[in-house]
Write a protein that binds this ligand. Structure first.
Ligand SMILES: Nc1ncnc2c1ncn2[C@@H]1O[C@H](COP(=O)(O)OP(=O)(O)OP(=O)(O)O)[C@@H](O)[C@H]1O
Ligand SMILES: [Mg+2]
Length: 161
């Protein structure tokens, strides 16, 4: 599925629609350059997941993982600063990925360190959704959402378009 966004608000609106459709255990891998709009999308997803506005979504670049409580737990993870498999292991991602919450991972690229695998063993494939954000122009973004073939056919996200 492909979407264009012409402003941060557009990106948040799309996120909001996505957030309403996410299910327990869903894992979103967010790919895209610095400033592509990953955190902006997550802010919209938080709204769609009914995270109260006083739990303001900020980039977890320093804390690496932020937890929010909406209609489901929402875990917002930023792997940008992760530099080794050891650091990755220290995060204890499994605790989040196999829970009842929704996990949103910025810099999903870091899960594919050797470029050889297209499926990191830690991510259950049927729950994985890839979101690629591309910078077109100053305020223009293209967002490409990919559900994997193993995603159950009835997943609400299929209704997004
Ligand atoms: N259509 C758009 N969608 C999202 N953000 C946009 C758009 N147009 C302009 N922007 C701007 O781009 C920036 C996106 O920042 P954001 O923190 O969401 O990016 P990011 O992908 O999370 O970056 P990082 O890799 O540093 O975490 C913001 O300053 C936002 O105002
Ligand atoms: Mg960010």
């Amino acid at each position: 599925m492909r979407f264009s966004s012409r402003s941060p608000e557009d990106t948040k609106n799309l996120g909001q629609r996505m957030g309403r459709l996410l299910k327990p255990g869903d894992i979103l891998l967010l790919f895209g350059d610095l400033g592509a709009g990953k955190t902006t999308l997550v802010q919209g997803i938080a709204q769609g997941m009914e995270v109260p506005p006083d739990q303001y979504v900020r980039s977890p670049s320093f804390t690496l993982i932020n937890e929010y409580r909406g209609r489901l737990p929402m875990y917002h993870i930023d792997l940008y600063r992760i530099e080794s498999e050891g650091e990755m292991a220290d995060l204890g991602l499994e605790d989040y990925l196999f829970g009842e919450g929704v996990t949103l991972i910025e810099w999903g690229e870091k899960l594919f360190p050797d470029q050889k695998t297209d499926q990191p063993p830690i991510i259950p494939i049927g729950l994985r959704v890839d979101v690629r954000l591309q910078i077109e122009e100053e305020n223009d973004r293209t967002l490409i959402l990919t559900l994997h073939p193993e995603t159950p056919a009835g997943h609400p996200l299929f209704a997004l378009q």
